[in-house]
Design a protein around this ligand. Structure first.
Ligand SMILES: C[S@@+](CC[C@H](N)C(=O)[O-])C[C@H]1O[C@@H](n2cnc3c(N)ncnc32)[C@H](O)[C@@H]1O
Ligand code: SF4
Length: 372
């Protein structure tokens, strides 16, 4: 087997931010060591799937940098080396000692969750880090020698105005990160956060296209390449790990809630800490949901994810899933084009994003139930 991309989910956080829908576990420092043991057991069980040399390792969360430092160090030291090793970090957890620990453990890239630089918006998001902490965390990483730092921002926050967003972008650019991820706030219906900010969220939804254009225009004017719908980089510093997802490569995911896609199959570990620890303590694989991926599904995913990029999706990789009539119509509208042997969205098409891609996908013929 030759999987070259490894994701490790580290779910622990100091507290739960109201808008967050990721698989997280608050506190539990007494279980951090057991979790690292379990991850390493799962890695051992799946090690046959991995290539001899990995291209990327990504520790996501949760808040990996909230993990007990000794356990985080042990985990990083035990994972296979890779060309790009990314760790997600929350600003308030990045002390000089943690920055040093990451650097010495071979981490090459840190993704720092800033979200905003406005104190009142950070409060709405229930973030622990105020703007000064974001800047401090960033400089601790620079001081430790990191030359590949990404900042996450969120837009569409209740109470945010276009000038707030301008200020956030200016503050982020002033730090000169190599990479920026700018996400539209997603608020799940039925959550405490959505309940608390319902009318504000509706207002923001109407303004969201304008925010997206503001983000793209500001960052591209500042010299960032808009290489993926929500991602921007300078100096060729794309996220190699996330590129692997967008290019439809196989990846192995370890930890609770982690997804793996390998050789035409996909599985998702159950998002339950106790069940995960118990299974791996006995040397068993954790409870999982399995899904077989047929060639057509993979090609459809390849198109949906590949069109998020600014480089063409090879036509041969999506053979049979593009609706030719829709393609001609969208091409006439200036939303999609052929480039070499591939398809790519135009700038206008990229602003419309998912809607154009959905139109391009050939409708799947539903099987008619057999008559008796
Ligand atoms: C998996 S989270 C973990 C990062 C880290 N714990 C933090 O909070 O900074 C990675 C990124 O996803 C984004 N994110 C999380 N929840 C989101 C939501 N509901 N809508 C949009 N972006 C979200 C944030 O920008 C966050 O930095
Ligand atoms: S710190 Fe990050 S992962 Fe944890 S709850 Fe907040 S947004 Fe979610």
């Amino acid at each position: 087997m030759s999987v070259r991309h490894l994701y490790v989910h580290v779910p622990f956080c100091a507290h739960r931010c109201g808008y967050c829908d990721f698989v997280t576990v608050v506190g539990r420092s007494a279980q951090h060591a057991a979790y690292v043991d379990a991850i390493l057991r799962e890695l051992e069980l799946e090690s046959d799937l991995l290539a001899e040399r990995l291209e990327t390792v990504y520790l996501g969360g949760g808040t990996p940098t909230f993990t007990e430092p000794a356990q985080l160090g042990r985990l990083l030291a035990s994972l296979p080396p890779a060309v790009e090793v990314t760790v997600e970090a929350n600003p308030e957890t990045v002390t000089p000692a943690v920055a040093e620990l990451l650097r010495e453990a071979g981490v090459t890239r840190v993704s720092l969750g800033a979200q905003s630089f406005q104190p009142r918006l950070l409060d709405v998001l229930e973030r622990a880090a105020q703007p000064d902490a974001v800047r401090r965390g960033f400089y601790h990483l620079r001081d430790a020698g990191f030359d590949n730092i990404s900042l996450d921002l969120i837009y569409g926050i209740p109470g945010q105005s276009p000038s707030d967003l301008d200020r956030d972008l200016a503050e982020a650019i002033a730090l000169s990160p190599e990479h920026l991820s700018c996400y539209e706030l997603e608020a799940k219906p039925g959550t405490r956060f959505t309940h608390a900010h319902g009318p504000e969220l509706l207002q923001q939804a109407e303004a969201i296209e304008g925010y997206f254009e503001q983000v793209v225009e500001t960052l591209t004017s500042a010299g960032y390449r808009w290489y993926e719908t929500a991602n921007f980089c300078r100096g060729g510093r794309r996220s190699r790990h996330n590129l692997a997802y967008w290019l439809g490569r196989d990846y192995l995911g370890l930890g609770i809630g982690a997804v793996s896609t390998v050789a035409g199959g996909r599985w998702r570990n159950a998002p339950r800490l106790a069940a995960y620890l118990a299974a791996l303590a006995e040397g068993r694989r954790p409870p999982r949901e399995l899904e077989a991926l047929d060639a057509e599904t993979r090609r459809r995913e390849r198109l949906m994810l590949g069109l998020r990029l600014d480089e063409p999706v090879p036509v041969r990789a999506v053979a049979g899933v593009v609706d030719g009539v829709a393609f001609d119509r969208l091409q006439d509208l200036g939303l999609v084009e052929r480039r070499g042997a591939g398809l790519v969205l135009t700038e206008r098409g990229r602003f419309l994003g998912g809607g154009v891609t959905a139109d391009l996908l050939r409708e799947v013929e539903l099987e008619t139930p057999a008559k008796n």
